[in-house]
Design a protein around this ligand. Structure first.
Ligand code: 13P
Length: 267
């Protein structure tokens, strides 16, 4: 079974809704069908931009999909400022990021909350993009694999194998996010491979073979080819470089080219 590569642009807390629409239009113009035929391209704008971005994607028949950067664990009620799974589903979101390190750090999200959010996403047929990753201290102690494995175990508590297979895991070492310091392809493969092994242990080999695992952290057009060439890296979660239409479309095209050349490595 071949996993379809995914390149997801996490726009974080950037752009006005007007700029977001402009960016998605530019991306639509820059990404040919030949790229979409191979790579799934997703954009993850801030909440207020979801509706206008969705409208442009639909009216201009662009082949990108969209998703959100977070969701509440509850489905509705007195939770001022929060955004629920049903709201995101109604906006046509396919994906939702869960457990991004910036949420863990700035909003003190722990694995129990991340797990509740994974279940909230799955309840509403949103695909959770579950983020794990170690900080610099853990990496320097050489405990990064066990750290990420433990996060994955906790974040996927009571998630069925079928649900895991339909989810996406993202390995984002915190020390590589927004720093320009990309993990080497070997570093990224080591953890992504260990995460896939962990899925095989928790679930079964078929689930491990189906689940997509992305790398994120200072991914650019210039370094994506080597990363996605690794057998357990099925695409990228891209921050800064996703805000530049030329850079992001180049990154997607390079990924498509790499897969067209060697799909058997990712099977
Ligand atoms: P950068 O690509 O800017 O390092 O951000 C990575 C990230 O956090 C994507 O979710």
């Amino acid at each position: 079974m071949t996993r379809r590569p995914l390149i997801a642009g996490n726009w974080k807390m950037n752009l006005t809704h007007v700029e977001a629409v402009e960016l998605v239009r530019k991306l639509g113009a820059a990404l040919p069908d030949a790229v979409h035929d191979v790579v799934e391209v997703a954009v993850l704008p801030a909440f207020p931009h979801l509706h206008p971005v969705r409208t442009v994607l639909a009216t201009e028949q662009l082949r990108m999909v969209h998703g959100a950067q977070d969701l509440a664990p509850q489905d509705g009620g007195a939770y001022t400022g929060d955004v629920s799974g049903p709201m995101l589903a109604a906006l046509g979101c396919r994906y939702v990021l869960v457990g991004h390190s910036e949420r863990r750090e700035h909003h003190h999200e722990d694995d129990a909350l991340v797990n509740a959010k994974v279940h909230a996403a799955l309840r509403h047929r949103l695909t959770p993009l579950v983020c794990v990753g170690e900080g610099l201290g853990v990496r320097e102690q050489g405990r990064h694999v066990e750290h990420c494995r433990a996060q994955l175990d906790a974040d996927l508590t009571a998630v069925t194998p079928a649900q895991v297979a339909a989810s996406v895991i993202a390995y984002e070492p915190v020390w590589a996010i927004g720093t320009g310091r990309v993990a080497t392809p070997d570093d990224a493969q080591q953890v992504c491979g260990a995460l896939r092994e962990r899925v095989a242990e928790r679930c079964d080999a078929a689930t491990a073979g189906a689940v997509r695992i992305l790398y994120g952290g200072s991914v650019k057009a210039d370094n994506v080819a080597e990363l996605v060439a690794r057998p357990d890296i099925d695409g990228a979660l891209v921050g800064g470089a996703s805000l530049d239409a030329d850079e992001f479309s180049r990154l997607c095209a390079i990924t498509a080219g790499r897969y067209r050349g060697s799909t058997d490595e990712h099977s």
